[in-house]
Write a protein that binds this ligand. Sequence first.
Ligand code: FES
Ligand code: FE
Length: 414
Amino acid sequence: MEMQKIQELVANQQKMRALNQAFYNDPDIYRMDLERVYMRSWLYVGHQSEIHNVGDWFLFNFDRESVIIIHSAPGTVNALVNVCRHRGSRIFDEPHGYAKRLTCRYHGWTYDIDGSLRAAAYMSDDFDKSKMGLKKIHCEVLEGMIYVNFADSPAPFQAVRDALTECLRPYRLDQAKVAYRHNYPIESNWKLAVENYTECYHCAPAHPEYTRGHSLAEPESRSSRQHDEVMARAAACGLSETTVSRIYLRAECFGADYAYERYPMWRGHITGSQDGQPVAPLMGDIKDYDGGTTDFQIGPVTFALAYCDYVVIYRFTPDGLERSNCDVTWLINADAEEGRDYDEDKLIWLWDVTTHADQKIIERNAKGIRSRFYEPGPLSTMENFTWNFLEWYLDVLKGPGPGESNRVEISIAS
Ligand code: FES
Ligand code: FE
């Protein structure tokens, strides 16, 4: 689709309405999404416990890109582009491993674990190894969670660090471990998956298991008496009652969104589980269950829920125009032992059931949108966050992209 046509679609978008079909199935818009959203945003890739020893690595793959996340030296994590500097072969294709050196299996070029080129046989005398290290992208670790950014000059991560370090500290995520991690592939454009995550309008009809314990399906819960009681208990349990939200158009810097909010669960539920009862030991420095849960967000496409006994992180990535991945990680205290302290099936039950349901509803949504009869409908008052995301996304598409000239400001029709 021509740029002019895309700009017209953006300009004709009505407020608080679903998007036009083309945003979900046009290949040119998809390429813009990759350049303008995924190449410029802070993206969650994994947890430091997954690369505990120096030399441990795992791959972060999406669309056509692949990055080696490697523990390069004590306290140092590097994000190295998984493309050999000789003729471009991928270095690794296994999902994770351990390496003393990174050797390309095509012609044997060998890199140190910090990415510098160590050996390349039969090269001419003027070959300068020092210029041929693996490309590196920006990488930051916050409370054990590893984030990367592909931009040459990404938004400073410091804003996220300043806003969230203290709120997250009681969970001691830097001392946590991954109890379980699972990828849920979704046959839909990535935006439908993010739209779905950012609203709880669907929670009552689609997630009976979630709705039993969580109050987000009832917007009034935020101002209830129970809310005040839980916030008072949160403080006594060592948890932060802070609410911060600098996301999408309100983010201080593009791609460095952050939010943190604690809110009550329904009475009788103290964590996210089948019966609302604990499924793992209390995390970090938390003293007791306060009856609440926390939503937090880092970057535009990574979301998390923090209970007193575990944290679950959701990451959405595109894998082609109409395919995406929802990667889910469950974090618990590093010293918790399966069988003794927790049962894996019980730990993951709620968010596994819920994510399977989300897979289905998102794919059903994608199928309906492909129809010639689809026409964007109005959003409800419970889809405000989804509109925040869509409004930001439309702004991202406006005019030429970053570094391109002649940016045209087009306002969205109301
Ligand atoms: Fe890697 Fe040739 S492509 S050594
Ligand atoms: Fe859902």
